[in-house]
Design a binder for this molecule. Structure first.
Ligand code: GUN
Ligand code: FE
Length: 424
């Protein structure tokens, strides 16, 4: 059992004030890997079994672990590489770095470091890109499974327009993906994502076979990049001249559906945004990456108008931080630049239940409701002197959370638990 301030969401706080669950003096009760109760300390105290160990986090916030819906583990070592925009960055840093992941042991070592880094930052679930190598996804799943983490990854599909040493073929890519689905999808807490890198790196044949797998295995995920950068958009359009838009390439191949996660979505038009909503596809908003690579500013008003599912993502190594708090900081500023006020409650919603809903995992993670998986974090509003001074004179929950989102980082994450086990 854990005592502290409890915060979680039952829905989008933008649409429903009642969707915020807050108990200043709260209690979280686990049984093994599962949450069995959460609520006010005063009302749950009597239900505590005798001799149960009680960890006291009074004065701190207990909330669901963060969900990062788009991140590349093989890019851990090239985070913060100086490049002039997306395409040069891919060529100069990314592709060479990804070449090493056919080596299972090397991939395991990076996966272990990457997962430590996520957990230090309070992220308990992520939708992760591996590399083109089957071994890279296998190594990642192996480490994540050992630690009993709820993780999603997939082997990257790329059969053209990249260095030879990183190319698969339409057939080998589909075969390796299917082998990995059979081995890992639904094993323990591991889940598979079909992962075409982005349309310019795949032939029609590859996207076609991926669409077939997406139909054959409807509860797998799909993840890709779309409409991130203007040069990339022009390139994609020139390679698929019959598509109505960049997003429409994926649509034509049956890759828009529930559990499909589209990263960036900066240069979508209105029809695209409507298709995102109609098909139940979701967007990963990647503010640190979009600013770092100069890709553009995400349009929150349009996403809201069409009620598209949104989530927050770091996109490391294009992104510059593993911290979802730092990512909220930049997300707020991106919204501000568009004249849009993104408050802290909504950012914490997107980082928890919103992310889970975007992945259709809201019955497993992203909440502290009874019956869900015990992935939660403890935030210390006094973690640094500056944060402490600012949160001491916060007049509302919103003000406190806002200060944490603007000033917080890994130091703010006091503890991280996954499946009931402390990981930080
Ligand atoms: N587009 C294609 N590949 C990538 C990648 O690795 N990172 C980002 N940010 N965009 C991409
Ligand atoms: Fe990315």
């Amino acid at each position: 059992a854990f005592r502290g301030s409890i915060l979680y969401f039952t829905g989008d706080p933008q649409c429903d004030d009642q969707a915020v669950v807050w108990h200043e003096d709260g209690l979280l009760l686990l049984n093994g890997e599962t949450i069995v109760a959460s609520g006010a300390y005063a009302s749950l105290r009597d239900k505590l079994p005798e001799h149960i160990s009680l960890t006291d986090y009074s004065g701190k916030l207990i909330m669901p672990g963060f969900v990062d819906t788009h991140v590349h583990y093989p890019q851990t070592d090239i985070i913060a590489s100086p490049a002039e925009g997306l395409l040069p960055w891919l060529e100069t840093y990314t592709f060479p770095a990804e070449s090493q992941f056919g080596d299972h042991e090397y991939a395991q070592e990076v996966a272990a470091f990457f997962l430590d880094e996520l957990l230090k930052n309070g992220t308990t679930t992520a939708m992760v890109y591996s590399t083109v190598h089957k071994e890279s996804a296998d190594a990642f799943f192996g480490i994540s499974h050992q630690r009993n983490l709820r993780m999603v990854t997939g082997k990257v599909l790329m059969d053209r327009n990249c260095p030879d040493y990183l190319q698969d073929t339409a057939e080998s890519g589909a075969r390796d993906s299917e082998d990995l689905i059979r081995k890992w999808h639904g094993r323990g807490r591991q889940l598979y994502a079909l992962t075409p890198r982005f349309a310019p790196c795949s032939t029609n044949e590859q996207l076609g076979l991926t669409g077939e797998l997406a139909r054959q295995y409807p509860d797998t995920f799909i993840q890709t990049h779309v409409a991130e950068n203007k040069d990339e958009c022009a390139w994609a359009r020139s390679l698929f001249p019959s598509a109505r838009s960049y997003l429409d390439i994926y649509d034509q191949f049956g890759l828009m559906r529930e559990r499909a996660m589209y990263a960036h979505c900066i240069w979508l038009d209105e029809t695209d945004t409507r298709r995102m909503a109609e098909t139940g596809s979701a967007i990963s908003v990647c503010p640190t990456s979009n600013l770092f690579l100069g890709s553009g500013l995400f349009d929150f008003s349009s996403a809201e108008q069409h009620q598209v599912r949104l989530s927050i993502a770091t996109d490391v190594g294009g992104g510059t931080s593993f911290s979802m708090l730092q990512t909220m900081n930049e997300m707020h500023k991106v919204a501000r630049m568009g004249g849009y006020h993104l408050n802290a409650l909504r950012m914490f919603y997107y980082a928890t239940l919103g992310g889970a809903k975007a992945m259709q995992l809201e019955h497993q993670i992203g909440t502290l409701q009874a019956g869900t998986e015990a992935d939660f974090i403890v935030l210390n509003p006094k973690a640094t002197q500056l944060l402490s001074r600012r949160t001491e004179n916060a007049d509302s929950l919103e003000e406190m959370l806002f200060a944490i989102a603007m000033l917080g980082d890994d130091r703010t994450i006091e503890a991280t638990y996954a499946a009931g086990i402390r990981q930080k």
